[in-house]
Write a protein that binds this ligand. Structure first.
Ligand code: 4NP
Length: 159
């Protein structure tokens, strides 16, 4: 990861920016605040199907049940300026990691880290819940909470 003291901003990325990455944004923002970290936190999608929409109701419901409010988030697509502007860019799965690598200028590729690298889990990706039932959305939240805790511990150690 980047050198000590250089993480001021984090961007979470999935395909649609309506399920996994807004959940990561909401969970990580809550946990970062609790840890006393002042970071710029955002999320975006590699696809543009839902631009302008609020997070999927299923993601909002599962998050709300654990105390995270996603209702004010709005879907947007990853832009080229994100690679320069964020210190860490965190895709939820390998497909989105590959797609980010395709559009990221070489000088910023070192900022891209898979979300589950920060968790101690048998899962190495946060699976797409879009066509799954409630269990899939609950799994997404659990994995994101685990990885967010790991990421916060890593950033807190640097500051
Ligand atoms: P996300 O989930 O990438 O976690 O936001 C999806 C949202 C929408 C679609 C696929 C995945 N979609 O095909 O519209």
């Amino acid at each position: 990861m980047a050198k000590s003291g250089t993480i001021n901003s984090v961007l979470f990325v999935c395909l649609g920016n309506i399920c996994r990455s807004p959940t990561a944004e909401g969970v990580f923002a809550t946990k970062a605040k609790q840890a006393g970290l002042n970071l710029r936190i955002d999320s975006a999608g590699t696809a543009g199907y839902h631009v302008g929409a609020a997070p999927d109701k299923r993601s909002q419901d599962v998050a709300r049940a654990s105390g995270y409010d996603l209702s004010k988030l709005k879907c947007r697509r990853v832009t080229e300026s994100d690679f320069e502007s964020f210190d860490l860019i965190i895709p939820m799965d390998r497909e989105n990691e590959r797609n980010l690598h395709k559009i990221c200028p070489d000088e910023y590729k070192h900022k891209i880290y898979l979300m589950m690298k920060f968790a101690n889990s048998e899962y190495d990706e946060v699976p797409d819940p879009y066509y799954s039932g409630k269990r899939g959305f609950e799994l997404v939240l659990t994995l994101i909470e685990q990885a967010s805790d790991g990421l916060i511990a890593r950033i807190a150690k640097m500051t």
